[in-house]
Design a protein around this ligand. Structure first.
Ligand SMILES: *[C@@H]1O[C@H](CO)[C@@H](O)[C@H](O)[C@H]1NC(C)=O
Ligand SMILES: *[C@@H]1O[C@H](CO)[C@@H](O)[C@H](O)[C@H]1NC(C)=O
Ligand SMILES: *[C@@H]1O[C@H](CO)[C@@H](O)[C@H](O)[C@H]1NC(C)=O
Ligand SMILES: *[C@@H]1O[C@H](CO)[C@@H](O)[C@H](O)[C@H]1NC(C)=O
Ligand SMILES: *[C@@H]1O[C@H](CO)[C@@H](O)[C@H](O)[C@H]1NC(C)=O
Length: 259
C-alpha cells in the first residue's frame, strides 16, 4: 500500500518535472525570438561592397565601382527592385594582365560605362543563360549599344563583347536578387574601343617567343593559328635559309652574267 502511494507520488513528481522542463524551454525560446523581430526582412539585403571585398580578390574592380559610384547604382538595384541584378566580376589579375587596349586612357565617364557594362539589370541564375542566349545581343546595365552575347554550352556560360571572349568561372553569389559571377577577363565594349577589333591571337602565345628572334616575318605568322607555318621547326628554318642562299646565288650569277 505504502509503496504504491510512493510510486504514484514519484510519477506525479516526474510529470511535474517534465512540465517544468517544457515550460522552461518554451520560455527560453520565447526569450530568444521575441525581443528580435527585426531580422525577418533582413536576409534580402546583400552588401555588395562587403561581398566583393571578401571574395576574389576583386579589389581593382571594386575600386572602379567605388570611384565611379556605380556601386551605389548596383546596391540600389539589389535593394530596391524586383528585377535584381547580375554582375560579372573580373579578378585583379584580369586587370593587371590587360595590356592591349589600356584602361588608363579612358575618361571617368567611360570607366563608369565600363563598370555598368559588367552587369545586367536582372537576376539570372546560371540555368537562365541557356534561354538568354537565344535572345542575343543582350543589353547590359550601361544601356544603348552596350551589349553582350551569351552562349550556354552544356552549362558553360560564355560571354562575347566583340573585344572580349570569356566565360563564367564560378558563382560568387547566386541567390535572388543578387547574382555575382567571376569571369577571367575584363569585358571591353565596342562602344568604347571601336569595332576595329584586332584578330584574336592564338590561344597559347608560346610559339611567338622562339621564332621572333631571327625573322620579323615569323611574328605575324605565328599569331595566326590557322597558318600551317606557324611554328617552323629548326630544320625547316635551315632549309628555308639554304633555299634563300641558293636563290641569291642564282640571282647573283645572273647579274654577273648580264652586266
Ligand atoms: C557594407 O560593407 C562594407 C564593407 O564591409 C561596410 O563598410 C559598410 O558599412 C556596409 N554597409 C552597410 C549598409 O551595412
Ligand atoms: C541597401 O539596404 C541597406 C540595408 O537596408 C541600407 O543600409 C543601404 O543604405 C541600402 N543602400 C542603397 C543604395 O539603397
Ligand atoms: C591613349 O590615347 C592616345 C591619344 O588618343 C593614343 O595615341 C594612345 O595610343 C592611347 N594609349 C593607349 C595605351 O591606348
Ligand atoms: C525564355 O525567355 C522568354 C523571353 O524572355 C520568356 O518568355 C520565357 O518564359 C523564358 N523561358 C524560360 C524557361 O525561362
Ligand atoms: C551577337 O549576336 C548577334 C545576333 O546573333 C550578332 O549579330 C552579333 O554579331 C554578335 N556579336 C558578337 C560580338 O559576337
Amino acid at each position: 500500500m505504502k509503496s504504491r502511494i510512493v510510486m504514484e507520488l514519484t510519477t506525479m513528481n516526474l510529470m511535474a518535472c517534465g512540465a517544468l522542463v517544457l515550460l522552461f524551454f518554451a520560455s527560453a525560446n520565447a526569450q530568444i525570438s521575441s525581443p528580435t523581430p527585426a531580422p525577418a526582412p533582413a536576409p534580402d539585403y546583400v552588401n555588395l561592397t562587403d561581398l566583393l571585398s571578401v571574395a576574389g580578390p576583386f579589389r581593382t574592380f571594386l575600386n572602379y565601382l567605388q570611384s565611379t559610384k556605380v556601386i551605389e547604382t548596383f546596391q540600389n538595384q539589389a535593394n530596391n527592385t524586383d528585377e535584381g541584378i547580375t554582375i560579372f566580376v573580373p579578378k585583379d589579375e584580369a586587370f593587371s594582365s590587360l595590356k592591349k587596349p589600356s584602361l588608363s586612357n579612358l575618361t571617368q565617364d567611360q570607366i563608369k560605362s565600363l563598370c555598368l557594362f559588367h552587369a545586367l539589370p536582372h537576376y539570372y541564375a546560371l540555368a537562365d543563360f541557356r534561354n538568354l542566349s537565344q535572345q542575343n545581343p543582350i543589353q547590359t546595365f550601361a544601356g544603348g549599344s552596350y551589349v553582350l552575347n551569351f552562349t550556354d554550352n552544356s552549362g558553360t556560360v560564355r560571354l562575347d563583347s566583340g573585344w572580349t571572349k570569356t566565360k563564367v568561372i564560378s558563382a560568387v553569389h547566386a541567390t535572388d536578387p543578387v547574382a555575382i559571377y567571376e569571369t577571367d577577363k575584363v569585358l571591353l565594349p565596342e562602344v568604347i574601343f571601336g569595332t576595329d577589333i584586332p584578330p584574336t591571337p592564338a590561344p597559347s602565345p608560346a610559339p611567338e617567343i622562339a621564332p621572333a628572334a631571327d625573322s620579323p616575318d615569323d611574328r605575324g605568322k605565328s599569331s595566326d593559328s590557322s597558318s600551317p607555318t606557324s611554328a617552323p621547326s629548326s630544320s625547316h628554318r635551315i632549309l628555308f635559309k639554304l633555299s634563300h642562299l641558293i636563290m641569291s646565288l642564282i640571282i647573283g650569277s645572273y647579274y654577273t652574267l648580264f652586266w
